[in-house]
Write a protein that binds this ligand. Structure first.
Ligand SMILES: Cc1cc2nc3c(=O)[nH]c(=O)nc-3n(C[C@H](O)[C@H](O)[C@H](O)COP(=O)(O)OP(=O)(O)OC[C@H]3O[C@@H](n4cnc5c(N)ncnc54)[C@H](O)[C@@H]3O)c2cc1C
Ligand code: SF4
Ligand code: SF4
Length: 625
């Protein structure tokens, strides 16, 4: 067992206790699938319990779900899906009139050339760019973009749905709660999983009325203990409850979560005369850096969701999603559609890209794990919502079977019901096929694309090898990264200037390396500071502890890259005193990027870094993401 660092222990205080039958952590698509399936079958048509609660005899099982974000549908993402599992639960999904939903229409994959010569391209890619530019008259190429004439079927979502997950989750929340069988509590982070003799017995909610370090202050209210026969953990890729379970029970031999990406997304009003039709799906690669993937999905009513993914294998110590997203929007192929567009909302979120390889122990005595935190996301097909939903419905069916048979939620019983269903479903073989599909990216973008194609076309039988290393092993120093572009003396000078201003360094470095300045227009192209105030409000209610912690300040002091500052999606981490970064909870959008980007591993557990990412309140308020 690995020791989780505990900086703010308040375990000795008296806590209220509540007993329920099932407690869920997080309301993302996985838990939504679980609750949507379960809630329909707990009560019979005549209102009597279909199965009886163990804690409140005579009533149906008491099921309660706690979500950290301030409302249902804040803090999730994901918009294009084949919707196989979603339609199994809601066969009339198309007719449900969910705002921003539409069937998938035309799909394109575009290779973006570099119009400014600022990106770091390999010699092969530069040669490819020259060839494309030379023969563009005979290629499907325009405005520095090549429209791939053929893309493999595994990349397509034809027949699927385009959704705003925020809107969809609000709709599902209403469906689930209207059954009366389930309660969902947003704005209520779970701080701890309760484990007694290797059995999970429930969860503890976050203390309120504490200072930023977690010490009791005015109005101190200890978080309640919620005891349950089953704890369902669907807290996503960087959830702290999943982390605690991994620390206590370890992960299966050979499993690890080394591949990540931060996805940043804007929802925009397109110009009124846009040529883009609802349902259009554009996927891009090649620019602003070869490793950065982009997407643009067109919803009805001239609204688009667009964004980029910055993956962990992009070996840059200035992997700033916000700045790169602006350069991506300014690419000539995209800018002709986006010029005149207006930002409605934005957000960022971590994507767990290790998929099946990061699968933890799915069950144990008293608990089960579902969704992306359980390794369900498929990085080959670029699909996470449907898979997360499917694992939730599989657990719900298993739970109903156990409740009906009056069997306890032991590891063995959950394995024979939930895990068995999951292994038998489409999620498993597709996850297996995807397992090694992106290993090629460890050695470069072209190799990665080839590896993906091989794995996709052979159903995972063939792929290109590569050893996924944790991000901290891959991140070079700024001096190495900018070798031949910026001198170490200039880097030192820029660092000094930025530290004096308490700002991140990436903007200054990128401009020095040849990236053009962003022409702010006050509508779509706005400064990072301004975006925190428009397009979704960032909030952090008072009385809660900081959820981002720098565990060992001495590691920060000697850390050269300070990548946590550069990668921060909300400019919530800035240069602080004595080389130790400062964290401002009121700017944090809970993307989790700092947690896996930190460049210093812990000596006693190199799978973990010097940042603890815990449960916290607040974040970005937007229901459109
Ligand atoms: C930018 C972006 C674009 C994407 N696009 C697509 C796409 O087009 N199609 C697709 O299929 N997938 C897409 N995905 C992936 C998809 O969003 C995820 O796979 C999916 O959301 C996973 O669902 P989940 O329920 O497992 O976890 P999550 O969606 O991460 O939900 C977990 C929930 O748990 C809550 N939580 C965490 N910790 C706690 C705690 N301690 N207490 C209480 N609550 C807690 C979180 O706030 C969150 O609401 C995208 C991801 C990103 C980042
Ligand atoms: S948190 Fe990690 S990346 Fe940030 S300064 Fe400390 S050691 Fe460096
Ligand atoms: S501090 Fe908040 S916004 Fe910044 S990287 Fe960490 S989780 Fe994301």
């Amino acid at each position: 067992m690995k020791t989780p660092p505990s900086a703010r222990e308040t375990s000795t205080v008296d806590r209220q206790r509540m007993d329920v039958d099932i407690v869920c952590v997080g309301f993302g698509p996985a838990t939504a699938g679980f609750l949507a399936t379960l809630s329909r079958q707990l009560v019979q048509a005549d209102g009597t319990p279909a199965v009886e609660s163990a804690t409140t005899p005579g009533l149906p099982p008491q099921v309660i779900c706690y979500e950290r974000a301030d409302d249902i549908g804040f803090g999730v993402s994901g918009v294009v899906t084949k919707a196989r599992a979603l339609r199994t639960t809601f066969p009339d999904l198309e007719r449900a009139q969910i705002p921003m939903a539409t069937p998938v229409g035309e799909e394109k994959v575009l290779y973006l050339l570099d119009p400014f010569g600022a990106s770091r391209r390999s010699a092969t890619l530069r040669a490819a760019d020259i060839l494309i530019r030379t023969f563009k008259w005979m290629l499907p190429a325009e405005r520095d973009a090549l429209n791939l004439p053929w893309t493999p079927s595994f990349l397509h979502k034809q027949g699927g749905m385009m959704l705003s997950m925020g809107q969809f989750m609000q709709w599902v929340g209403a469906q689930v709660q209207s059954t009366g069988a389930v309660q969902i509590w947003p704005g209520t982070p779970v701080s701890q999983v309760l484990i007694e003799e290797d059995k999970v017995v429930g969860v503890r909610l976050l203390d309120q009325g504490v200072d930023k370090q977690g010490h009791p202050a005015d109005g101190f209210t200890p978080g309640m203990d919620i005891r349950a026969a089953l704890t369902v953990v669907g807290d996503g890729p960087v959830g702290s409850i999943g982390q605690q379970l991994n620390a206590h029970f370890d992960v299966p031999h050979g499993h690890s979560a080394h591949d990540w990406a931060v996805g940043m997304k804007f929802v925009v009003d397109l110009p009124e005369d846009t040529a883009l039709k609802p349902g259009t799906v554009l996927h891009t690669f090649g620019y602003p850096e070869p490793e950065i993937f982009g997407f643009l999905y067109v919803h009805p009513g001239n609204v688009a969701s667009l964004g980029i993914f910055v993956p962990s294998w992009f070996d840059s110590p200035v992997r700033t999603a916000y700045r790169y997203l602006q350069h991506w929007m300014l690419h000539p192929y995209l800018w002709r559609h986006l010029q005149g567009a207006k930002l409605r909302s934005w957000g960022a979120k971590t994507l767990g890209e290790s998929g099946r390889r990061s699968e933890p122990h799915l069950v144990g005595d008293g608990y089960a794990r579902i969704g992306e935190g359980s390794g369900s996301t498929n990085v080959l097909t670029g699909s996470g919502v449907d898979e997360a939903w499917a694992t939730g419905t599989e657990l719900a069916e298993a739970v109903l079977e156990l409740l009906q048979a009056k069997k306890p939620f032991t590891k063995k019983n959950l394995e024979e019901t939930y895990v068995q269903r999951r292994r038998a479903s489409w999620v498993e073989p597709e996850a297996r096929a995807a397992e090694k599909s992106r290993d090629g990216f460890q050695k470069g973008m072209m190799r990665g694309m080839l590896g993906m194609a091989l794995a996709g076309l052979t159903n995972g039988r063939l792929s290109l090898a590569g050893d996924p290393a944790p991000p901290w092993k891959r991140i070079p120093s700024l001096e190495e990264y900018y070798r031949n572009r910026i001198t170490p003396e200039d880097i030192a000078r820029l660092r000094e200037e930025c530290t004096a201003k308490s700002t991140s360094l990436h903007g200054a470095l990128m401009e020095k390396a040849g990236w053009p300045a962003i022409p702010y227009d006050g509508k779509l192209l706005v400064s990072h500071q301004d975006v925190l105030l428009i397009g979704g409000k960032v909030q952090a209610p008072p009385g809660y502890t900081d959820h981002v912690l720098f565990l060992y300040p001495e590691l920060c002091e000697k850390c050269g890259t300070k990548i946590c500052i550069e990668a921060c999606s909300g400019q919530a981490i800035t240069p602080g005193h004595d080389g130790i970064p400062a964290f401002d909870r009121e700017k944090c959008i809970h993307c989790g990027a700092c947690y896996w980007n930190c460049s210093q591993p812990l000596s006693y557990d190199p799978e973990r870094t010097n940042i603890a990412f815990r449960a916290g309140t607040g974040g970005l308020h937007s229901a459109e993401n």
